[in-house]
Structure formats: C-alpha cells, structure tokens
Design a binder for this molecule. Structure first.
Ligand code: 8DG
Ligand code: MG
Ligand code: MG
Length: 143
C-alpha cells in the first residue's frame, strides 16, 4: 500500500527584497535551495510549526506569521516515494539584526538571504513550480 501524504510547513522569511534559502543535504531535493520548514507535528497550528522549524533550523525568531498558499508535490522518483502537501507561510524577523545560523548542518549546507530577482539554482522542485506559476510571497505594498 502507498504511504499516506504528509504535511509540510515551509516559510518565506522576508527581509527587504530578499528571502532566506538553504541548500538541502537530504535525500529529497539533495543540493537544491529550499525554504526553512519541516513536518507538522500532532496538535500544532501552522504558525506554531513555522516558528518552531525556523528556530530549530536557523536559530531565528520570527513574527507576523501568515498563511500564503499550499503546494501538492509527488516525489515519485525518490528511493522512498513521498507525497507532500506543503503549507506555505510568510514571516518576518522579530529582530532585523539577528543572523541565521546553520543549526542542522547534517541537513543543510547553510542559510543565506537571496535577492528575489536573482535566486540561486537549482531551487527545490516545489518551490520552482510555485515560482514558475508566477507566485510572489511579498505583500503588495512591498513590491
Ligand atoms: P522535521 O523532521 O524537522 O519535521 O522535517 P525536516 O527534515 O525539516 O523536513 P523538510 O524536508 O525540510 O520539509 C518538510 C516537508 O515539506 C518535506 O516533505 C518537503 C516539503 N516541502 C515542500 N517545499 C518545501 C520547502 O521549500 N522547504 C522545506 N523545508 N520543505 C518543503 O514541499
Ligand atoms: Mg526541520
Ligand atoms: Mg527542514
């Protein structure tokens, strides 16, 4: 029997016209640039999961956490095929001077801010698909 779809939560952490991305060191999407995020735990709200995963992975504290959209991705080519519905959130730094740290170096090569008009390649496939569809995480008053 196929495994059930899982629920991910990923966060567009915005700073000016940049977003925080990290290059993955994981079987799914190895070496691609992805948002911080992880899997929803039992009983968590999307906002709680976003804040927890960003803190666990980058050490950063975030505020103004909002739901943006969802993605639906099948990684059928993976050694263990995965179907993930990712809840995509937006947030901002609680303290604009706080610097990202690579808290899980076994899972990520490191975090950095990337200009929205000059994103690194290759992007994690769910992210690439969103952007190809014209998605922007920026509030209209910041565009
Ligand atoms: P956890 O054990 O800490 O809960 O999970 P993780 O190791 O941090 O999980 P992850 O692979 O970073 O991400 C969670 C799920 O969300 C995973 O199945 C893939 C999916 N996902 C997307 N888009 C993105 C994205 O841009 N960033 C991240 N981190 N995950 C994403 O569909
Ligand atoms: Mg995680
Ligand atoms: Mg993660």
């Amino acid at each position: 029997m196929s495994p059930a779809p899982v629920i991910g939560v990923a966060v567009f952490l915005l700073k000016g016209n940049t977003v925080l991305l990290g290059r993955r060191r994981t079987s799914i999407g190895h070496n691609t640039y992805a948002l911080p995020g992880g899997h929803l735990e039992f009983g968590e709200s999307f906002e709680e999961c976003a804040a927890r995963e960003v803190k666990e992975e980058t050490g950063l504290d975030i505020k103004d956490i909002q739901l943006l959209t969802v993605t639906n991705t099948l990684f059928s080519e993976a050694a263990k095929p995965l179907h993930v519905v990712a809840v995509i959130m937006r947030a901002f730094l609680s303290d604009p001077d706080q610097l990202p740290q690579n808290m899980e170096p076994d899972k990520c090569h490191g975090w950095d801010w990337y200009d929205w008009t000059n994103l690194p390649q290759p992007l994690f496939r769910p992210l690439e698909t969103m952007l190809q569809g014209g998605f922007s995480p920026f509030p209209t008053d910041l565009k």
